[in-house]
Design a protein around this ligand. Structure first.
Ligand code: ZN
Length: 78
């Protein structure tokens, strides 16, 4: 598989090659996130980074249960 879809895109991730998992759009919706990108969202099991996958492009959207901020969804604005 191409590296772009298997590695965490967060610049601060301690282990970018940690397993990346799909995160359900329903879970994000329950956290108040209803954007279209949630249908293609993935999450890094290491740092909690949530990002969208569109074609080859990974866009960091925020963090869900980050080890430092474990209280759920934290959007980031870039
Ligand atoms: Zn990560």
């Amino acid at each position: 598989m191409p590296k772009s879809t298997t590695a965490c895109p967060a610049k601060t991730c301690a282990k970018p090659d940690a397993p990346q998992e799909a995160i359900a759009s329903g879970l994000l919706a329950s956290a108040g996130v209803n954007a279209a990108w949630t249908a293609q969202a993935r999450r890094c099991t290491q740092c909690g980074c949530v990002y969208s996958v569109e074609d080859e492009a990974l866009t960091v959207r925020g963090y869900y249960n980050n080890p430092i901020f474990p209280e759920g969804w934290r959007p980031i604005y870039v």
